[in-house]
Design a binder for this molecule. Structure first.
Ligand SMILES: C[S@@+](CC[C@H](N)C(=O)[O-])C[C@H]1O[C@@H](n2cnc3c(N)ncnc32)[C@H](O)[C@@H]1O
Length: 286
């Protein structure tokens, strides 16, 4: 399979950036070349030019594009990946957010760039544990969004190899998972029903029919975008953050971002912001 010359590298990275916002640096040139070659070999293309043309050819090209994007994006994730952020939600945010007057309690969560669902289910487990401990009726929902259809299919299935559960505390594992064949576990239906997964390109957040969120959780996603795009994505996302709601990011992922109407949470190991209670949210998200 041919290597990528400078012109081709620029052509492919421009296409990727235009359609997904992701910036692929020159250091990832061999990753791009290998991923393209593997996919081209699978579907019988010999040269980059004709494959590039195919991607621009109507509905077949659109379908192929979703497969290629899946190959070019990094889906690394784990359950309870950043425990400090989840602890903050459980120990500080939820107790403050939920007042007796609001019964039955309701919490809406958006896991933005959810990959194969581990992050979304971790959030669901933390919130469910807390709400359960308060007693009474409650409702919560987690919406996981991602650009990768293959990842979303795994998220929807809620089934994982047991090796992927190594970070899950035993008590949580026995409450929220059940065996699903050899070396496999499945999220129990009761929790799975609280989660829904949908394809959403972060470049199109304004068009997403999302309700007002109590928590927006977005970690290890913004790192694939340049700084102006990160800010644009965040500014669009927080239009769906309810007054008093919490935005949780990965450490160092929003350097220089100064959102209006949000206050930074003072905590040494997490990057999070709270929307000031009096701030209005976008009408689209009400
Ligand atoms: C490294 S994973 C992070 C998963 C999870 N948030 C975590 O921290 O474990 C990054 C995810 O971002 C998704 N992603 C990349 N570009 C995207 C885009 N333009 N729109 C939506 N999701 C995107 C990828 O498909 C991938 O699943």
């Amino acid at each position: 399979m041919p290597e990528l010359n400078d012109r081709q590298f620029s052509q492919w990275t421009t296409l990727l950036e235009e359609r997904t916002g992701m910036v692929l640096p020159i250091e990832r040139r061999s990753f791009l070349a290998t991923s393209l070659s593997m996919r081209m070999r699978e579907i019988g293309y010999q040269d980059h030019e004709s494959y590039y043309q195919f991607l621009h050819s109507g509905s077949q090209g659109t379908v192929e594009w979703t497969t290629l994007v899946d190959r070019l994006t990094v889906h690394e994730t784990r359950f309870f990946r950043h425990p400090e952020s989840l602890d903050y939600i459980r120990d500080h945010f939820l107790p403050r957010r939920l007042s007796n007057d609001d019964k039955p309690y309701s919490v809406q969560i958006w896991s933005l760039g959810c990959a194969t669902g581990e992050e979304s289910y971790s959030l669901a487990m933390v919130v469910d544990e807390h709400l359960r401990s308060l007693g009474g009726n409650y409702y919560f929902g987690v919406t996981g969004t991602d650009i990768s259809l293959d990842s979303l299919a795994i998220a929807r299935s809620g089934e994982y190899n047991q090796l992927r559960l190594s970070n899950v505390p035993d008590a949580i594992k026995s409450r929220y998972f059940e065996p699903a064949g050899e070396m496999r576990y499945r999220v129990v239906d009761e929790l799975k029903q609280r989660a829904c997964f949908a394809k959403l390109n972060v470049m199109d957040i304004e068009t997403a029919p999302l309700g007002a969120m109590d928590i927006i959780y977005c970690q290890n996603v913004l790192i694939y975008f340049d700084r102006p795009r990160r800010f644009e994505i965040l500014n669009n996302a927080i239009r769906c953050l309810a007054p008093g709601g919490l935005l949780v990011l990965g450490a160092g992922e929003a350097l220089g971002w100064e959102p209006e109407g949000l206050e930074r949470i003072s905590h040494p190991r997490i990057l999070a912001y709270r929307r000031l209670a009096e701030q209005q949210i976008s009408e689209d998200c009400a």
